[in-house]
Write a new protein. Structure first.
Length: 326
C-alpha cells in the first residue's frame, strides 16, 4: 500500500510539474510574441505547432539561433529550459527542452490564437487598477495589504510587457523596492495585532500615539509603495513613468498615474487616522509590540529610506537585467 501511495504521489507531482511548466511556457510565449510582433513585419502572433527534431531544436552549444529575429534560451528551473525564437512575419515558435543537441528532450506547446501583444499590458493594467480598488474597499488590514501586493506585482508584469529597456530595468528594480516596503507593512500589521489585537483599518484611530515606532515604520512603507521620495519605491516608479513616456505608451502612463492616486487613497487614511485622530473610547491601553518585532520593522523601514541613497547597486543590477550599460 505504501509503494502504491508513493507512486500515486509521484504521478500527482509530475502532473503538477507539467502544468506549471506549460503555464510558464504560455506566459513567456505571450511576452515573446510581443517581441516578435515588434520586430516582424506581419501581425500574426499565434504560436505555431513545433515540428522540429531535438538536434535542430537546440544548438549543441546551447546558444540561440542568431538567424532568428528574436531568440534565446530561458532557464525555468528543474533542469529544463525554454528555447524561444520567431522567424519571418513575426510568428513565434516556442520549444521546451531539457539538455542540448542530440540528447535534448523536446516538448512543443501548441497555443492557437495567442492574444495580440497589446493584450498583456492591458491585462496587467486592469489587474493593477482592479486590485487597487479592492484594496481601497477592504477594511481588514492584511487583506488590504494583500491586494496591494497583487497590484504592485502587476507593475512588474506591465513594465516588462512593454519590452522597452528602461521599463524592464524599472520592473527589476521594483521587485527590490516593493520587497522592502511591503515587508515593513506586514511587519507593522503583525505588531499591531500582537499589541492591540486589532485587525481592521477602522479600529486604528489614534494607534500611532500608542505605537509610534510601529506606525512610523508603517508610514515609511506606505510612502514607498505610493512612490513618494525619498522612499525607495519612488525610484522604480519614476523609471516606469520614464519608460512609458519615452516609448509613447500614454495609456500605460495614465494607468501608472491613476494607480498611484489609488495607492495614496488606501494608505494615507490609515496614517492620518493613526496619528491625527483620538483613540476610540473604551479602547484598552497598550504599548508597542515586543522589541524584537519593532527592531525588525525598523531595519526594513530604514532600508526603504537608505536604498535611494545607495541606489547604484540595485539600479546597476536592474539595468544589467535590461541589457543597459550600468
Amino acid at each position: 500500500m505504501t509503494s502504491v501511495a508513493v507512486r500515486s504521489s509521484e504521478k500527482t507531482a509530475a502532473r503538477r510539474g507539467q502544468t506549471a511548466f506549460r503555464g510558464a511556457a504560455l506566459l513567456t510565449a505571450a511576452i515573446v510574441a510581443s517581441a516578435c510582433n515588434s520586430s516582424g513585419s506581419g501581425s500574426d502572433t499565434t504560436v505555431a505547432p513545433v515540428t522540429t527534431t531535438p538536434s535542430s531544436a537546440v544548438p549543441a552549444d546551447g546558444s540561440a539561433d542568431t538567424q532568428a529575429d528574436f531568440a534565446g534560451l530561458v532557464d525555468i528551473g528543474g533542469g529544463r529550459k525554454m528555447y524561444l525564437e520567431c522567424r519571418g512575419q513575426g510568428t513565434p515558435t516556442v520549444v521546451l527542452v531539457s539538455g542540448y543537441g542530440d540528447t535534448a528532450r523536446v516538448w512543443s506547446v501548441d497555443v492557437p490564437g495567442l492574444p495580440q501583444p497589446h493584450v498583456l499590458p492591458a491585462v496587467a493594467g486592469f489587474t493593477i487598477l482592479a486590485a487597487s480598488i479592492v484594496a481601497l474597499r477592504a477594511d481588514n488590514l492584511k487583506r488590504r495589504l494583500a491586494y496591494s501586493t497583487v497590484s504592485q506585482l502587476s507593475y512588474v508584469v506591465l513594465a516588462t510587457s512593454l519590452l522597452a529597456p528602461l521599463s524592464v530595468a524599472a520592473a527589476a528594480l521594483h521587485i527590490a523596492t516593493h520587497a522592502v516596503g511591503k515587508i515593513t507593512l506586514f511587519f507593522a500589521a503583525g505588531a499591531i495585532y500582537t499589541a492591540s489585537h486589532k485587525s481592521e483599518v477602522s479600529q486604528l484611530d489614534g494607534i500611532g500615539r500608542r505605537m509610534p515606532w510601529t506606525m512610523g515604520a508603517f508610514s515609511i512603507g506606505a510612502l514607498s509603495l505610493i512612490g513618494i521620495p525619498p522612499a525607495a519605491g519612488f525610484l522604480s516608479k519614476w523609471l516606469m513613468f520614464q519608460g512609458a513616456a519615452i516609448e509613447g505608451h500614454w495609456m500605460v502612463f495614465a494607468v501608472l498615474g491613476l494607480s498611484t492616486i489609488l495607492n495614496a487613497a488606501y494608505f494615507l487614511p490609515i496614517v492620518h487616522a493613526a496619528f491625527l485622530r483620538e483613540p476610540r473610547p473604551g479602547d484598552p491601553a497598550h504599548g508597542e509590540a515586543p522589541w524584537t518585532m519593532v527592531a525588525a520593522m525598523s531595519v526594513t523601514a530604514a532600508a526603504t529610506l537608505v536604498l535611494p541613497f545607495v541606489a547604484s547597486v540595485p539600479l546597476g543590477l536592474a539595468r544589467s537585467v535590461a541589457g543597459l550599460s550600468p
